[in-house]
Design a protein around this ligand. Structure first.
Ligand SMILES: Cc1cc2nc3c(=O)[nH]c(=O)nc-3n(C[C@H](O)[C@H](O)[C@H](O)COP(=O)(O)OP(=O)(O)OC[C@H]3O[C@@H](n4cnc5c(N)ncnc54)[C@H](O)[C@@H]3O)c2cc1C
Length: 438
């Protein structure tokens, strides 16, 4: 492995949430020869982060943390600092509060566990009126059947995800990072190898991009470029939008995030176009395909700007329970959105044990957007070999945790029928007219 200097060539595969953040972090640290390859123009339509909003929670470590809690709390601390103070990220954070709820004894227990670990003050919500009063009158008109939960008024809210992703991309470009995007010139087909190391990547136009170090962060598609030894399970979730009226756009502002861990969540309408985004909660959809060589099942992501009709029904049920006055309106947008789950839902950010030129940064596991600035720091630390010991242990390459991996494990997620669902069994999809470019 060659010595790493600020002139070393660094190739980032994937300019999505983590790749754009990492590019910015490396440019700020003085690296002068950074190239990002992405199969799509940024923000990529298949990036999980190309979305109007994502939930953000603040946090900080404390002396009594065990290793696992320390890793999360330290990451929350780094992310919080960036979302509050970093000029690139700050404009996109809206600390409007966070409501969390469950509707049955099992999910109520999960909610209780969150309350115990939460360092910010919370207020309990146990009746429909309690929930309704968390937003201006006339918004939450639902009956909240069997809902119990809490509101955390400080230290949580949402971030304008696409805005932050684009800001990181523009700032990284301004600082000299080169972005090669689109198909075929930015689409990575394979890694390049010597007998003992990774030498870069080849794109679909036949070009070979050689580099001193390669960082693989292609989200749910990373698994198709490199063998992660079952540590990644590409899993899709389902989101949709409803167009709000001018009047609603004026009044539905600065609202706390509304999240029921078995029903779904919504966040206030986007400032740019007045669309309300919501997500129905479930353990996820996989696209299981048998590998003809090994006979093994793998989940293979694909892009689609529609969601299963069953997901639409679940989303509408959630809206009926909370905001029934808009629950039957047509959808203005829908898509499946892929992330990759590790077996323990902890990120995987490490230098590969065999290929020392390769850093992997994958496994967003449903929490990867709010951590974008903190993950970017860890990617740069992994590259420079300076990651804090407890984080290094948490984010390590760990195929031993995936040996007998059950691809159908719900991984402590709730909703729908409580099972990971197969996209092959979905025969009816929404027919939403508006499509972005895929
Ligand atoms: C529905 C949904 C809701 C979520 N809500 C939240 C939330 O509220 N809060 C939160 O913190 N997190 C949330 N997440 C998780 C978060 O969005 C992800 O963990 C995070 O965005 C993952 O970032 P990434 O960089 O790994 O992947 P991505 O952002 O998906 O980026 C991957 C990039 O790789 C590129 N790429 C793919 N294949 C290739 C190739 N062959 N060659 C070159 N480039 C390639 C893609 O074009 C893309 O730009 C949610 C996820 C989903 C699916």
């Amino acid at each position: 492995m060659s010595e790493l200097t600020h002139s070393s060539s660094i190739l980032i595969i994937g300019g999505g949430t983590w790749g754009s953040g990492a590019a910015l972090q490396l440019a700020r640290r003085g690296f002068k020869n950074v190239t990002v390859l992405d199969a799509h123009p940024i923000p990529s339509p298949i990036s999980a982060g190309n979305d109007v909003n994502k939930i953000m929670e603040e946090g900080s470590p404390s002396p009594e943390d065990d290793d696992e809690s320390y890793v999360w709390n330290r990451m929350f601390q780094i992310a919080t600092d960036a979302w509050r103070n970093d000029s690139t990220y700050r404009p996109f954070y809206h600390p409007t509060g966070f409501i969390m709820a469950g509707s049955n004894p099992e999910t109520a227990k999960e909610v209780e566990a969150y309350v115990k670990s939460c360092k910010s003050p919370i207020r309990r919500l146990s009746t429909a009126a309690d929930f309704q009063q968390t937003m201006p009158e006339g918004i939450l008109t639902g009956s909240f059947p069997n809902w119990t939960g809490f509101i955390r008024e400080e230290g949580a809210g949402w971030v304008f995800a696409r805005g932050a992703l684009e800001a990181a991309y523009h700032e990284a470009s301004r600082l000299g990072v080169r972005f090669v995007t689109g198909d075929p010139q930015g689409k990575v087909e394979r890694l390049l190898y010597s007998s003992s190391n990774v030498l870069g990547a080849a794109t679909a136009d036949g070009l070979e991009h050689k580099a001193d170090r390669t960082i693989l962060c292609a989200g749910a598609n990373s698994d198709r470029i490199f063998d992660f030894e079952r540590q990644l399970r590409p899993t899709a979730w389902t989101l949709a939008h409803i167009q709000m009226t001018e009047e609603e756009r004026r009044t539905w502002k600065n609202l706390p995030v509304m999240f029921n861990i078995e029903r779904g969540f919504f966040i206030e309408p986007s400032e740019a176009d007045g669309e309300l985004k919501f997500v129905d909660e479930h353990p996820g959809y996989c696209n299981f395909v048998k590998d003809p060589k090994t006979g093994e099942e793998r989940s293979i992501p694909f892009a689609k700007q529609q969601i299963p009709l069953e997901a639409e029904q679940r989303a509408r049920r959630f809206l009926h329970e909370t905001v029934p006055q808009i629950a039957d309106r047509p959808f203005s947008f829908a898509r499946i959105c892929w992330d990759a789950d590790t077996p323990d839902r902890q990120f995987l950010i490490d230098r590969h044990p065999k290929y020392s030129n390769l850093v992997v940064a994958v496994g967003g596991s449903g929490m990867g957007f709010m951590m974008m600035p903190a993950v970017s720091v860890q990617i740069a630390d992994a590259l420079e070999g300076t990651m804090e010991a407890r984080l290094k242990k948490g984010f390590r390459w760990r195929p031993e945790t995936a040996v007998a991996r059950d691809w159908h494990d719900t991984q402590n997620r709730f909703g729908a029928d409580g099972e990971v669902m197969a996209l092959q069994k979905v025969h009816r999809w929404t027919q939403v007219d508006r499509h972005g470019k895929l």
